[in-house]
Design a protein around this ligand. Structure first.
Ligand code: NAD
Length: 345
């Protein structure tokens, strides 16, 4: 079946990454052929890489050679571009966060439904190796039933770029990194949410959050702490996950870390008290050597195809999307909850 020709709308950091890295790496049946960006400088760079330059969004949408568009513009412009593209008969891949709120998302989804064109959101971190390890531990119960998940990203560089500092463009870290971590969490834990507690941080004095902490409790009893920080000069592990029979820690994207699991042996000596600071403790003493073992991380393999391969199969073969719009909506709902509870106290 024929190749799907894409135009990239917004040839900035992520748009150019799609054009030259993601699309070619993930499917041979999808290709980026042109770009439209409001910045003349970005247009020139894209032309230098052999892509066709469009002078306006309308020119892209009127080109019958273009079957799909990738939207990689600032967050506040996703809705308008998506709706125009869907109405013009194009399929759409949209960068995260899909829109500014669920109301905007619903407007997009109504047009997708009415036109029958595919609309998929690029929640690429479902394919992250660190997440794939945690997903396997959760599903295979390698450390028993997982009951606590801490998922963090922390940096010391503040909020990057320009539009990410501005509320009107959908800036701030909850809509930036928060959407990734929440998407992973809600895809992992298949249970309704019981409660959300949250606190956004404004340490840097911007009009948008520079990070947040949120505690999410699921009806199946799993509790999660999701945290994004941009003022952390030394950081906590990317993942810290507790199961009934072990604990897993992934320090970073280089997959350093460890899993310590209970051996289940009954004949092990009780831990001896240790000196802790100026006191003694048995509770916090390390378990005896026979009580625990270190086990290797599973291979970070996905049991699902890459994003653009899936997109092709959705468009051409009617396959099920891996990133489903109702899942994206659920994440957007939690984001709205976090804004609400954090602002109301
Ligand atoms: P960026 O500022 O580097 O690039 C945005 C580009 O869009 C700029 O070149 C700008 O000139 C252009 N632009 C702005 N308004 C436009 C319009 N109306 N029409 C056409 N072009 C327009 O930003 P970025 O970091 O590439 O982020 C873009 C989007 O990608 C955001 O939604 C962001 O959240 C998302 N993103 C996703 C990931 C991921 O891992 N999935 C990573 C980074 C960014």
């Amino acid at each position: 079946m024929s190749i799907i020709n894409f135009a990239v709308i917004g040839y900035g950091g992520m748009g150019s990454y799609h054009a030259h890295n993601l699309i070619p790496a993930e499917s041979t049946r999808v290709q980026a052929v042109g770009t439209y960006d409001i910045s003349g400088e970005r247009q020139q760079i894209s032309q230098g890489k052999g892509l066709r330059i469009y002078e306006s969004l309308e020119e892209v949408l009127n080109d019958g050679n273009i079957e799909a568009v990738l939207i990689a513009t600032p967050n506040d412009s996703h809705k308008e571009i998506a709706i125009k593209a869907l109405r013009a008969g194009k399929h759409v891949v949209c960068e995260k966060p899909v829109a500014m709120n669920t109301r905007e998302l619903d407007e997009i989804l109504a047009v997708a439904e009415a036109t029958g064109n595919v609309f998929m959101v690029h929640q690429n971190r479902r394919w992250d190796p660190d997440f794939l390890i945690i997903r396997q531990l959760y599903q295979k119960k390698t450390i028993g039933d997982i009951f606590q998940i801490e998922s963090r990203v922390q940096g010391a560089n503040g909020i990057p770029g320009d539009w990410r500092h501005l509320r009107k463009h959908g800036g701030g870290m909850l809509l930036d990194w928060g959407v990734h971590l929440l998407d992973q969490l809600l895809w992992l834990v298949d249970s309704p949410i019981k409660s959300v507690q949250a606190d956004l941080s404004y340490i840097l004095g911007d009009e948008v959050d520079d990070g947040f902490m949120s505690c999410i409790t699921f009806e199946n009893g799993v509790k999660a702490l999701v945290e994004v920080g941009t003022t952390n000069y030394t950081k906590l592990p990317r993942w810290y996950v507790k199961g009934l029979e072990g604990t897993a820690k992934i320090d970073d994207w280089d997959l350093s870390g460890e899993i310590i699991a209970a051996t289940g042996r009954k004949d092990v000596p009780a831990p001896a008290p240790i000196q802790a600071g100026v006191g003694l403790t048995k509770t916090m003493a390390p378990p005896s050597e026979e009580a625990t073992e270190k086990i290797a991380f599973p291979e970070p393999k996905a049991d699902f195809v890459p994003f653009y391969q899936n997109f092709y199969e959705v468009v051409r073969e009617g396959a099920e999307p891996i990133v489903k719009n109702h899942e994206v909506r659920k994440v957007m709902n939690v984001i709205e909850d976090i804004f609400r509870v954090s602002h109301k106290g």
